[in-house]
Design a protein around this ligand. Structure first.
Ligand code: SAM
Length: 276
């Protein structure tokens, strides 16, 4: 079982507000997106050795989009094969501690899961949890065993910014469900460009979800939820929010943030949109 530890979450500022976007603001959002503005950690193409995996990620279910061809590890080949299979694919963006995703991958061994979390430390901690809960092997597996092990693992994680990785790694129409749970609201005007939800981000979600696929969003900031509803419902590829779609997810573990909200009696807003 996953155990919970005390947390340092605070409610943060709740004065998040938004207004309908003008044409000019929409155009700016696309221009910023094209220029790679707001990517967490900057443009990964400019990082030294971007084509290499870190030593700690070699031969584990870890990936970086620019390092898929790093031949020192079996990572890239195994992930490519898994993505090319017809296993239903679910993606979580910003998994944090990973409670929701790990639970989901254990409940649904037939599905493939990818998790993005730009905090490298949190990604490494998640990798350790995956090793503990999902991988079992001899102490010194050989290359064939590593290959088999990686191909049998249904949960892979990355510290890439999902906005950079998804367009480059995932075929259009490949994804069954995308989970975005308690993303940072980035309420300050100067930080807005880091906020996940924007018109080009919704285009990206629409492109990657298969027809009938599900977008699952939760937040404890109601205004952020309403911004997401405005952006997604205004997109021609999505149906309006329908709480009945929650049944497609079924029983699931709360994220760390959601657990904190439950503990402190804070309300949470959930939204479910279907890709037409
Ligand atoms: C407020 S935390 C919530 C974590 C977790 N979902 C939960 O509910 O406990 C949001 C997380 O999203 C991650 N994040 C923000 N933007 C991201 C992006 N573009 N790609 C991947 N992760 C991102 C942040 O590093 C942060 O850990």
């Amino acid at each position: 079982m996953i155990s919970y530890t005390p947390t340092s979450f605070s409610q943060g500022r709740m004065d998040f507000t938004w207004e309908e976007l003008s044409e000019e603001e929409r155009a700016r959002a696309y221009a910023d997106w094209e220029a790679g503005k707001g990517l967490i950690g900057g443009d990964p193409r400019k990082r030294p050795n971007a084509h290499l995996l870190p030593a700690w990620g070699l031969n584990l279910p870890f990936f970086r989009t620019l390092a898929l061809d790093d031949a020192r590890g079996a990572n890239g080949a195994a992930l490519r094969d898994l993505l090319a299979s017809d296993r239903p694919l679910e993606i979580e963006i910003g998994f944090g501690r990973g409670d929701f995703l790990l639970d989901r991958a254990r409940r649904h061994p037939d599905r493939l899961f990818l998790g993005y979390e730009t905090k490298t430390k949190a990604t490494r901690l998640m990798l350790a949890r995956i090793q503990r809960y999902l991988l079992t092997h001899n102490s010194a597996p050989d290359r064939t065993e590593i290959d088999a092990l990686l191909r049998s693992c249904n949960l892979w994680v990355s510290d890439d910014d999902a906005r950079f990785s998804l367009p480059r790694l995932i075929d259009d129409g490949r994804v069954e469900m995308i989970h975005v749970l308690f993303p940072d609201p980035w309420w300050k005007r100067e930080h807005k460009v880091k906020r996940l939800f924007s018109p080009p981000f919704v285009d990206l979600l629409a492109a990657k979800l298969r027809p009938g696929g599900l977008l699952h969003f939760k937040s404890d900031v109601h205004e952020y939820g309403e911004l997401v509803r405005y952006l997604v419902e205004g997109h021609p590829a999505f149906t309006p929010h329908d709480p009945n779609l929650a049944a497609r997810i079924g029983e699931a573990a709360p994220t760390h943030r959601e657990y904190w909200c439950q503990l402190h009696d804070k309300p949470v807003w959930a939204y479910y949109f279907m890709r037409k």
